[in-house]
Design a protein around this ligand. Structure first.
Ligand SMILES: [Zn+2]
Ligand SMILES: [Zn+2]
Length: 88
């Protein structure tokens, strides 16, 4: 997952990878703070076993909810590449 070349380096969600030393061993998402990784890791266990593999890290309790969400990725990346919001 690479940021666009012209993306402002100061944007918080696009910190350079070398500034994100905390990497999830389950899905390889990287985080700047251990707290964020810890919170993220909690999403892997328990009640929400269906995780989006589209890079957003969202998890869902039901497979059909995940499927509907992933359709949103496809539509948004096709028609609205700059969109930063995905349907739940
Ligand atoms: Zn993860
Ligand atoms: Zn997603």
């Amino acid at each position: 997952m690479m940021p666009p070349d012209n993306y402002p380096a100061s944007h918080p969600s696009y910190a350079p990878l070398e500034d994100r030393p905390f990497i999830c061993d389950l899905c390889s998402l990287a985080f700047q703070r251990q707290h964020d990784l810890k919170r993220h890791r909690d999403t892997h266990k328990g009640e929400k076993p269906h995780m989006c593999n589209g890079g957003c890290g969202k998890t869902f309790t039901r497979k059909d909810a995940l499927k509907r969400h992933q359709v949103g990725h496809t539509i948004l990346s096709t028609f609205r590449p700059a969109a930063d919001k995905f349907p739940e």
